[in-house]
Design a protein around this ligand. Structure first.
Ligand code: 4AD
Ligand code: MG
Length: 481
C-alpha cells in the first residue's frame, strides 16, 4: 500500500501514473450514477484534491458514508485532470472511511456560513477555507517573527506567565490563587491572607513580559519574548482579547529613534514575508474580503485591497509625528470642530481614543503613523522622561483599520528618577525591588516595544474581528473550547 502523501506536496511535485494515498476530510461529493467526484482537503494547502470514484469499482455502501466532513483515505493512480479547476486528480482504487460525519448533524455544509456562527463552532471552524488560510498564515507569521530576530542576533527569552507585579500599572489582571474561594484564611483586618497562598503572596497572570525582558537585555544586549499575555479589561471590541500573544523585543543601547527604526523594519519584514510565503492563502483571503465588502456601504470599504495594503506597507515609510503635533492636527480637524468625534479633543494632555488614531492614519496621513513623545501622565511608569518634565519617550505605531498595533518606549534607566516615579504613581516598591536593582547595577540606556500578534494577524489576513485570527478566542463571557 502506498504511503500517505500530503496534498500540498502532491500538487507541487505530482507523480503522474504513480499509486498514491491521500487522507483528509471530505469537502464535497457530487457526480452521477457512473462516477463520483470527491473533493478532499487535508489542511496542508487551501487546495482540495479531486478523487474520482468509478461506481463499478468502489463499494456503494462505503461510498454512501462519504459525506461532507467525513474523514477518508483514498488510494489510486494520480492522473492529469480532464476537468478544469485542478491539474491532477486521483482515480480511486481503494476507498476507506476513517470517520463518518452524519449529514443530519454535521454543522458545516458546503455553503457560506457567517463568521458569528463559526465562532460558536470554533472546534470545527479550522475545517473551513477561511480558517484554514488564517491558521496557516498565523503559523508563517510566528515563524517569520523568530527568523527576523534570530537573523539579527537577538535571543528569545521566556518570561514568566505567573507574576507578582503589574507591568503596565493598569490593574487589569487575572488573579492566580489556590486559596479556597469560599473560606480563605484571613488576616487581622478580615481580608484574604495571601501569605498562606501557594506562592506566599498575591500573584496574577502577566499582562506583559517586558519587565523581565529588560533584565535579559541588561545581560544579553538584545532579546525578544513571544508569549501569551492576559488582560482583564472589559473591552468587548473587535480589537481586544483577554488572552493574546505579544512579541516584545528589548534592546540595550537603543534610544527612541533606534527603537522606531527597528519596529518599522520589523513590520515591513513581516508584510514582505507574508507576500513571499503565503500568496495562495492571501489570494483567497483577498477575494473573501472583497466579497465581504460588496455588502458594505461605500464609505466603509477599504480604499486598498488586502494585498495592496501589504505592498503599501513594504513600499512606504511610516509617518513620524510627535504627540504635540498630532494634537494640533486633531484640534484643527473638521471632525473635531464639527464635534463628529465622540471624544472632543480640548487640550494638550488628552488621551487619544481609537477614533483619533484612525483619523490620523486613515484620513489625514493615509499611511502608518508613529506617534512619539506622549504626556507622561497617560503612559506607564517605566518610560524615559524628557527634559521638558512633561513628556516621556513613548512611541505607538498606528495602522489603518486597526489603530494601535505596537506600543513601546525608551526606558527610564536613571535609578533616582525611576524610583521617584514609582512612588509618585503609588506602585508598591516591594513588588519592583528587582527591577529597580538593574538601575543600580550596571544600568544602561535601553528601549523596547510590544507587538500585539493578533492585531498583526488582522492586518495580514484582512479579517475584521480579532476573534477570527486566533484559534480559540478568550473574551468577556467566552472561554469555551
Ligand atoms: O501598548 P501595550 O499595553 O504595551 C505593553 O504591554 C508594553 N509592555 C510593550 C513593551 O514596550 N514591551 O501593548 C502592546 C501591544 C498593543 O500595541 C496592541 O497591539 C497589543 O499589545 N494589545 C492587545 N491586543 C489584543 N488584545 C488586547 N486586549 C490588547 N492590549 C494590547
Ligand atoms: Mg499601548
Amino acid at each position: 500500500m502506498a504511503k500517505r502523501t500530503k496534498i500540498k506536496e502532491l500538487l507541487i511535485n505530482p507523480k503522474i501514473g504513480v499509486e498514491t494515498n491521500v487522507k483528509g476530510w471530505v469537502r464535497t461529493k457530487r457526480g452521477n450514477k457512473n462516477v463520483a467526484f470527491i473533493a478532499i482537503n487535508d489542511g496542508s494547502t487551501i487546495h482540495n484534491l479531486q478523487a474520482v470514484a468509478d461506481l463499478s469499482k468502489v463499494n456503494e455502501d462505503i461510498l454512501k458514508l462519504v459525506t461532507t466532513g467525513a474523514c477518508i483515505s483514498v488510494t489510486g493512480q494520480l492522473v492529469a485532470s480532464q476537468g478544469s479547476g485542478q491539474s491532477v486528480e486521483l482515480l480511486v482504487s481503494d476507498l476507506e472511511v476513517l470517520g463518518e460525519a452524519n449529514p443530519e448533524e454535521y454543522p458545516l455544509q458546503p455553503k457560506k456560513h457567517s463568521l458569528e456562527f463559526l465562532r460558536e463552532i470554533a472546534h470545527l471552524r479550522p475545517r473551513t477555507n477561511t480558517f484554514g488560510a488564517v491558521l496557516r498564515v498565523r503559523h508563517a507569521m510566528i515563524f517569520a517573527v523568530h527568523k527576523f530576530f534570530n537573523d539579527k542576533g537577538f535571543f528569545n527569552l521566556h518570561t514568566p506567565i505567573i507574576t507578582g507585579s503589574d507591568a503596565e500599572g493598569a490593574g487589569e489582571m487575572f488573579r492566580v490563587t489556590t486559596l479556597d474561594p469560599v473560606n480563605p484564611p484571613k488576616n487581622q483586618d478580615g481580608k484574604a491572607d495571601f501569605s498562606q497562598d501557594f506562592f506566599g503572596h498575591e500573584t496574577n497572570l502577566t499582562v506583559s513580559g517586558q519587565l523581565e525582558g529588560e533584565l535579559g537585555a541588561m545581560a544579553l544586549s538584545d532579546i525578544y519574548t513571544f508569549g501569551p499575555t492576559f488582560r482583564a479589561e472589559n473591552s468587548n471590541t473587535s480589537r481586544h482579547l483577554a488572552e493574546f500573544w505579544m512579541i516584545e523585543p528589548e534592546m540595550a543601547f537603543y534610544d527612541l529613534d533606534d527603537n522606531m527604526d527597528l519596529a518599522e523594519e520589523f513590520l515591513t519584514y513581516l508584510a514582505q514575508y507574508a507576500l513571499d510565503n503565503c500568496i495562495e492563502d492571501l489570494n483567497f483571503l483577498n477575494e473573501r474580503a472583497l466579497e465581504e465588502e460588496k455588502n458594505m456601504k461605500q464609505e466603509e470599504r477599504s480604499e486598498l485591497s488586502l494585498i495592496e495594503r501589504l505592498k503599501f506597507i513594504v513600499d512606504n515609510d511610516f509617518q513620524r509625528v510627535s504627540y504635540t503635533e498630532a494634537i494640533e492636527i486633531l484640534r484643527n480637524s473638521n471632525q473635531n470642530k464639527k464635534k463628529k468625534f465622540k471624544y472632543i479633543i480640548e487640550s494638550w494632555g488628552a488621551d487619544l481614543q481609537s477614533e483619533h488614531e484612525r483619523f490620523l492614519v486613515e484620513s489625514h496621513f493615509k499611511k502608518p503613523v508613529i506617534l512619539y513623545n506622549y504626556p507622561k501622565n497617560i503612559k506607564a511608569f517605566y518610560m524615559r522622561q524628557n527634559e521638558d518634565g512633561k513628556t516621556v519617550r513613548a512611541m505607538d505605531i498606528l495602522f489603518p483599520g486597526i489603530g494601535e498595533i505596537i506600543g513601546g518606549s525608551q526606558r527610564e534607566e536613571r535609578y533616582d528618577v525611576l524610583k521617584a516615579r514609582i512612588h509618585e504613581m503609588d506602585i508598591p516598591e516591594e513588588s519592583m525591588w528587582w527591577y529597580l536593582e538593574t538601575r543600580k547595577f550596571g544600568t544602561a540606556p535601553h528601549s523596547g516595544f510590544g507587538l500585539g500578534f493578533e492585531r498583526l494577524m488582522i492586518f495580514v489576513t484582512g479579517m475584521k474581528n480579532i476573534r477570527d485570527v486566533i484559534p480559540f478566542p478568550r473574551t468577556p463571557g467566552n472561554a469555551e473550547f
